[in-house]
Structures are given as C-alpha cells and as structure tokens.
Design a protein around this ligand. Sequence first.
Ligand code: SDX
Length: 424
Amino acid sequence: MENAKLSFNGREYEFPVIVGTEEEIGIDMQSLRAKTKAIAFDPGYGNTGACESAITYIDGDAGILRYRGYPIEQIAALATFPEVAYLLINGQLPVLEQLREFEREIRYHTLIHEDMKKALDAYPSTAHPMAILAAMVISLASYYHEDDSPETINLNIIRLLAKLPTIAAFSYKHSVGQPYVYPRNDLSYTQNFLNMMFCLPTMDYVVPDVLGRALNLLLILHADHEQNCSTSTVRMVGSSRAGLFASIGAGICALWGPLHGGANQEVIEMLEMIRDDGGNYRKYVDMAKDKNSDFRLMGFGHRVYRNFDPRAQILKKSADEVLQALGVNDPLLDIAKNLEEIALRDEYFIERKLYPNVDFYSGIIYRAMGIPTNMFTVMFAIGRLPGWIAQWKEMRADKHTRIARPRQIYTGERERQFVPIFQR
Ligand code: SDX
C-alpha cells in the first residue's frame, strides 16, 4: 500500500503504511516528530496502535473475537481453560500430552509459600480482594527469582497460573473468617478453585459439574482481549524491563477500575439498586442519558465493539442455562434483560452504539455460583491472566520493543522566576 501523505506547515510528508493479517491499516508515525516537530495527539489512544500482536483479533463492527485465529464461539463451546491458556501463551493448541504436562506443571505449583499466609492474615477481613490480589502477586517477586532467561520466565508463568487461584480463594476465606482450603492435585483447574472457595473442613464437598462448566466458560471468555486498559498496562510496565510479577500486579490494579474489569461488580450493584427501587428501568435509562448525571448503565458500551460483544451474547445464553441447572431464580437476570431491551430500543444508545459488554451478564452467573460480588473482578483477573502473560511475553520477545514513553502537549505556565518564601 502506498505511503500516507501529510500536508503540514506548507510541507508534504510521507509515512509508511502497515497492513495486518485481517487488512487492518496502520499509518507508521514513528518518524512524525523527527520530520515535523509535531506529535500525534490521541488522549485515551482510541486511534493509536501501540504494537503489532499475533494473539487476539477483534472486529468491533462485526462482533468478531478470535484467540490465535480460533473464533471465541468455538473455543467457548469446545475448550478447557488450561487449553486456552496454553494456546494464548504458546500460539498453538496443545496435543493431549502437551496439555497433560502443562496441567501437571500447574498442579505442582498451586501452593503458596506459608509465609505469604502471614501477609494475608494481616489484612482486615473487609479488605477488597483486588487489593490483596495485586499486593500478593507482586509479593511473589520476594519469593521467586526472576531473570530474562526463557527457563525462569516459563517457570514463573506456571507459578502465576498455579498460584493466582490459590491467592484468590485464600483472600475469600480470609474475608469470611473460614480456614484456608489448600489446593488439591486430584482436581481440575476450575474444580480446584471452586473447592478452595467453598469446601469446609466440616463437610465433604464435591464441586457440582454445572459450576465447573460455568467457571470454565467464564474464564475462557475473559482470557484475552488485545490491547485493553489492563493489558496495555502490563505491556507498559513490562517495557521498562520490570519483572513478570510486577507487570501482572500492575495489570490487576488497572483492571480494578469500574470502567474496566470493576464494571462486573458495578453491574450487580446497579441491578440491585434498580430492584430496590421497584424495577423502574426507564428511570435509570433516562439517568444514564442525562448529561447532568454521572450515572452510567454499567456493563453497557465498549471502546471497540460498536455492534455487539460476542462474549455478552454467549454469557446471556449461559446465564439462563446455569441458573436453571442450579435451580436459581434471580430477579436481577430479568431486570438485566428488561434493561437491555429498553436500552437497545432507545435512540441515545443506538446512536452511540452502546450494547451490553462482557460485564453485563457475567455477574449474574458468578452470583448464582455463590461467588460474592466483591470477588467478581478477581474472577475477571483469573480469566485474563493467560492473556496478560501472552501479551507480556510477546512484548518482551519483540526486539523492537522500546520503553513506553508517550509525549504531551504542555499547557502550563511559561518560564517565570522563583521568589523565595519570605519575599512572596
Ligand atoms: C471491559 O477494552 C476492552 O476490551 C475492555 C474489556 C476487556 O475484555 O478487557 O472488554 C472489558 O472493560 C468492558 C467495559 C466495562 N465497563 C463498563 O461497562 C462501564 C460502562 N461503560 C462505559 O463507561 C464506556 O462505555 C466504556 C468505558 C466501556 C468505553 O468508554 P469510551 O469508549 O471512552 O466511550 P465514551 O466514554 O467516550 O462514551 C461515548 C459516549 C458518551 O456520550 P457523549 O459524550 O458522546 O454524549 O457514549 C456515552 C458517553 O457518555 N456512554 C454511555 C455509556 N458508555 C458510553 N452512556 C451511558 N451509559 C454507558 N455505559
């Protein structure tokens, strides 16, 4: 494709164009400042590509999401979460022996160092589990050596995949004052997490298949989503050559925000507010449209999806199936469906292409599974972990990676002379 041309300040400039696998077009602006003395200005990076990546493809208009080329609909229906983690991190689906070895390695590392329990115990029971998760993940750097060798990186990848569910489940048990339930090597990844969450020493607990299947689906649907806020954070922190644990800890912090992964908790709190207000959907849709109100319809809208979020479609269907299988009749599901129906007929939402995103229905399922609302974003983090790892690994393997350092347009004071305090 021919170069892009820019006419600026009475001169013509040319910039090369790069074209991706799916014909996405990028104008390579790396020489813009050197050539023009000007910078590209794009707060929120809505029009800026930070990297080339071979991991996940999204077509926001067509509602397409593919992990390493495989459509999310097929993966969600046929894969296990460890299989998807292997695919995202290694680029290819594993054969049976490779998957079994990957699962064996993960099982071997599910324990956390006993000293980490002392740090966990020091938190108040009211601590938000995302605060604990971020801190404990970064603390892994205090227990495990990190360097840039492939052997160490791969071992620490396994450690993270293995220990994140343990840390998450332990933070839940700490919050409810129950004893920690240790990981078990005879259970699958999802069964093990649910057992650590819900088993009690006073009872025999068998993880219901429907819960294991629901969690497998939820984790797969959250596994990666190209350059979203938290993944870009992981890449940015990793670009300074900070270690894997520190980079993932930073990603957890970014995910916590209510506009990002924290939205799944906000959706349930919003639906409960609507329920407690007599199910007056129209009132909340109108509030969401009112520029004088800072209320937003949480779980609606997306920077990339301008038609529908395929994950939300899959989760909406799964919510019905899981609640029916569990015999749960949650009025919040009906409120969510009615809210979606009203919003999608409203000009404000249609004009702005605002549709339910992955967070709109996920919380309904987590709730039916017995997972407390303040753990929803932790569940998002467990699902997103292999994506963060894959993106961090791809960034570190790219020899063109430079430390991320955006520029700015300065709008402050011109130079002025400092006046000592006693002369002001
Ligand atoms: C995730 O990036 C990813 O891929 C993220 C994610 C992933 O897998 O990693 O998909 C996960 O984070 C999903 C999004 C979860 N967040 C929420 O559900 C929070 C509610 N949604 C929004 O705040 C918003 O839609 C965002 C943050 C998702 C997207 O924000 P943008 O792209 O910056 O859009 P915007 O804020 O500029 O909104 C454009 C217009 C504005 O109106 P106008 O100024 O044009 O009149 O749409 C309006 C906004 O006011 N708008 C909403 C709205 N979302 C956008 N109005 C009411 N309710 C909403 N939810």
